[in-house]
Design a protein around this ligand. Structure first.
Ligand code: LMR
Length: 329
């Protein structure tokens, strides 16, 4: 009888240990863009690497195209534990920190390499932790690229934008940027942009070549001005509680896989800045306008006062460090 009791207990213990071991960690990664974009490809690469390295231990579920959450809503979902990972554009964190607004300042970075230097330097790395007190941890940056202006009208000089309605991401810097050229900025989710343009509820928007191409904005806009006036890059973000709660060995593998997936996504970003631009040009659906040096200087002159307006919120030291990244090679 006693023997039977002991063996029943032993079996129960083995069973409990096995079921504990078998409990798979699920990482839901929600994003708003198409799969054939730098972020879409990074997310899929991350899933592939993690599931190969941690079979049966970690499962990654990727939800593209705002299928699960759109834009800013995903940050609330992360804090509630409904989603574990996201990579919103750096323009979408205004509710949690004002410091990341630096990335929205018009005509701040001369190219994506300068952006990379700033993000990888001490100031950029410190910004990853700027939302710790709100429960959000930044795991790293991912590139998309520089923004272009698309519209139903040819935008060559700032006055061409007067009175036009532009969709913007949820950033006050972007409000000020369009108000500086007497346009009307409207904060709208990414998922609504195509319909707003198609129905002519708005006249234009600003985005990267890969977003303009993959979401077909170029099919419903007559012109794209190659302005390179701003940036859409991403912050890969998780909940501090979730991140710290991961077993150390698993966190290490997830982190390594994330870094490799980001390197892959950054390469996609570089390639698409050229190839998706070419696809749009070749389509003949919208005309790409180049700015002369003189006309570009007019946009800079009109928009640059925005920097001063946000200096107090962002911090002069942060803006100075970003400017400095343009001077290095
Ligand atoms: C946008 O809303 O235009 C972008 O943030 C979309 C994205 O994630 O690239």
């Amino acid at each position: 009888m006693r023997f039977l009791k002991i063996s029943v207990t032993a079996v129960a213990l083995v069973f409990a240990a096995t079921s504990l071991q078998a409990k798979e960690i699920v990482i839901k990664f929600s994003h708003v863009v198409a799969e054939n974009t730098p972020k879409g490809k990074m997310a899929n690469k991350f899933k592939e690497l993690v599931e190969k390295r941690l079979p049966g231990k970690v499962k990654v579920q990727v939800f593209p195209n705002s299928q699960l959450y759109g834009d800013n809503k995903v940050l609330e979902a992360i804090l509630l534990g409904d989603v574990q990972l996201a990579a919103p554009s750096l323009s979408k964190f205004g509710k949690y920190t004002k410091k990341l607004q630096v990335f929205d300042l018009p005509f701040l970075f001369k190219d994506i390499h300068a952006v990379g230097r700033f993000q990888g330097g001490p100031v950029g790395q410190k910004l990853l932790m700027s939302m710790e007190s709100k429960g959000l941890t930044g795991l790293g940056y991912l590139h998309n690229g520089l923004k272009q202006l698309s519209a139903s009208r040819a935008l060559k000089v700032p006055s061409d934008a007067n009175g036009l309605k532009f969709r913007i991401q949820s950033s006050d810097v972007l409000v000020a940027q369009f108000e500086a050229v007497k346009a009307l900025p409207l904060k709208k989710p990414f998922s609504e942009v195509f319909t707003l343009l198609q129905t002519k509820a708005i006249d234009g928007q600003e985005n990267t070549w890969s977003n303009i191409y993959s979401k077909k904005f170029f099919e419903v806009q007559d012109y794209v001005t190659e302005s390179n006036h701003g940036l859409i890059d991403y912050l890969i973000v998780t909940s501090t509680e979730f991140w710290k709660g991961l077993p150390a060995d698993i966190r290490g593998v997830v982190s390594k896989s994330m870094n490799e997936a980001v390197a892959h996504g950054n390469q996609v970003a570089l390639d698409k800045a050229t190839s998706d631009r070419k696809r749009i040009a070749d389509s003949g659906r919208s005309k790409i306008l180049q700015l002369s040096a003189g006309d570009r200087a007019k946009w800079v002159e009109a928009m640059k006062p925005v920097w001063k307006k946000f200096e107090g919120q962002i911090g002069k030291d942060i803006i100075d460090a970003a400017v400095k990244s343009n001077m290095m090679n």
